[in-house]
Design a protein around this ligand. Structure first.
Ligand SMILES: Cc1cc2nc3c(=O)[nH]c(=O)nc-3n(C[C@H](O)[C@H](O)[C@H](O)COP(=O)(O)OP(=O)(O)OC[C@H]3O[C@@H](n4cnc5c(N)ncnc54)[C@H](O)[C@@H]3O)c2cc1C
Length: 425
């Protein structure tokens, strides 16, 4: 047992990091009677939480069937059944609504606060922490974690303060958007403590290309298309929906949610993307449509009529591609072969994928502590039973749509409950 000096206080729980997972755990343990301290290095809590969902906070996904919900965690669902059976997305819904934060369900079952303000989610959680008597020390960067055998005993901050507790939680987040405070500190400590940590890389992130015509379409959205990711001549992944062109490549939820698989493919070799702008129309039917358009406008320049069936900027870029090269041509001069090549291009507009944007632009980072080293019944380390591991610190791949924050609520609530139960037993 550590001997405390002078007025040094021992907490039941110290949570390192005041993001959504840390606040949830602190609030839950506090309401069950634990003496809790949150140490947060920023000037306030929940910096990343407040920018989620473009400032609206997609706080969970209203898929209340746990099996179906966990189908979104293909590599980790076997670990997550236990915590999700204790606190699921349905519990999240009730939790926030009971705390007088009305929620709304939008497309793809994404859940937002009715006020459309991430800040309201943040305020609800901060109140939860304070109402349980939790102490919050901001501007308190933890720089050292001290252990005795397989027990964490204290932490030290940059200011030279030392804090003691019976239990500790690493809720320092991952390594995406580090300006919010998630600089991967937890990963470094876990390594030192003897845990296995997979190096974080950008995930849920836009894709990049060096093909200039894509960059030139920056700001254009195709609201219904099919994109195929092709390797060695074979389609490896196919998705239908909306795509946004940017000055570096392509983005939008569909692309962001393909980034993990595309990155995995790129480890094996070159990847090409191919967009079908008319996924519902067979090539021969599209050809007939273009033929009709041509017959109606025989004496016009093609660049002035193609925008009848394609966004103008997209039409212009396609017509300028070296293998099409029709921009200034009068329709009556276009050969059948040239028309067919154009139609083929509209069904398979391809560009090379060069990679993804970096960690700073990613929603999450894949990487983190190996799941085999975590006890998912209570979210503790299997090496240090008084060390809890929450949220983005876990190596869990998932799509966008509220699944990341749900992981924070679930792991935070289960861990907080465990601390409370330890006290009350
Ligand atoms: C732009 C953007 C939009 C997003 N939108 C959504 C969305 O709509 N829905 C969704 O589900 N997910 C979204 N996410 C993902 C989601 O924000 C994260 O999964 C979530 O914030 C992870 O929570 P966390 O508690 O694990 O860590 P974080 O939120 O990263 O919090 C970690 C905290 O620990 C603190 N900390 C770190 N090191 C130390 C230290 N040494 N000492 C003290 N404190 C420390 C940090 O300052 C930070 O406050 C988004 C992410 C981004 C970047």
């Amino acid at each position: 047992m550590t001997k405390l000096k002078g007025n040094q206080k021992e907490y039941d729980l110290i949570v390192i990091g005041g993001g959504p997972s840390g606040m949830m755990m602190a609030g839950r343990a506090g309401e069950m009677g634990a003496r809790v301290l949150i140490l947060e290095k920023n000037k306030g809590l929940g910096t990343k939480l407040q920018i989620t969902g473009g400032g609206r906070c997609n706080l969970t996904n209203a898929e209340f069937d746990i099996q179906k919900f966990l189908a979104n965690f293909p590599q980790s669902k076997q670990f997550l059944f236990s915590p999700f059976s204790k606190f699921s997305s349905e519990n999240t819904f009730t939790f926030f609504e009971k705390k007088r934060l009305p929620l709304v369900v939008e497309a793809r079952k994404r859940v937002f606060p009715e006020s459309q303000k991430a800040n309201d989610v943040f305020k609800t959680l901060e109140r939860y922490v304070r109402s349980g008597g939790g102490e919050i020390k901001t501007d308190s960067q933890v720089t050292k974690i001290n252990k005795e055998n397989n027990k964490i005993v204290s932490v030290e901050t940059k200011k030279g303060e030392k804090y003691f507790a019976h239990n500790f939680a690493l809720a320092t987040g991952g390594a995406s958007a580090s300006w919010t405070g998630s600089t991967g500190d937890g990963f470094k400590w876990l390594n030192k403590l003897g845990h296995t940590v997979k190096e974080p890389t950008a995930n849920l992130v836009p894709l990049t290309t060096n093909d200039r015509w894509v960059h030139k379409l920056s700001g254009i959205t195709l609201s219904f298309m099919t994109i195929r990711f092709i390797q060695n001549g074979k389609t490896k992944l196919k998705k239908t929906g909306k795509i946004l062109f940017t000055h570096f490549g392509v983005s939008g939820p569909l692309i962001i949610n393909s980034s993990f698989e595309v990155k995995e493919l790129m480890k094996k070799g070159h990847v090409t993307a191919s967009i079908d702008m008319f996924p519902d129309t067979e090539e021969n039917l599209l050809d007939q449509r273009v033929l009709k358009l041509f017959e109606k406008n025989k004496n016009k320049v093609i660049k002035n009529i193609l925008p009848e069936i394609l966004p103008k900027k997209v039409a212009q870029e396609i017509l300028q591609l070296p293998d099409i090269n029709l921009l200034e041509r009068e329709v009556n001069s276009i050969t059948k072969e040239e028309r067919k090549a154009l139609v083929k291009k509209m069904k398979g507009l391809s560009f090379d994928i060069s990679g993804t944007l970096g960690l700073e632009k990613s929603i999450i980072a894949d990487g983190g502590i190996a799941l085999e080293e975590v006890n998912f019944k209570n979210m503790t380390s299997k090496i240090y039973p008084n060390l809890y591991l929450l949220g983005d610190i876990l190596n869990i791949n998932r799509p966008s749509g509220g699944f990341s924050l749900q992981l924070c609520w679930t792991t935070g609530w289960v861990a907080g409950s465990d601390v409370g139960e330890k006290l009350n037993n």
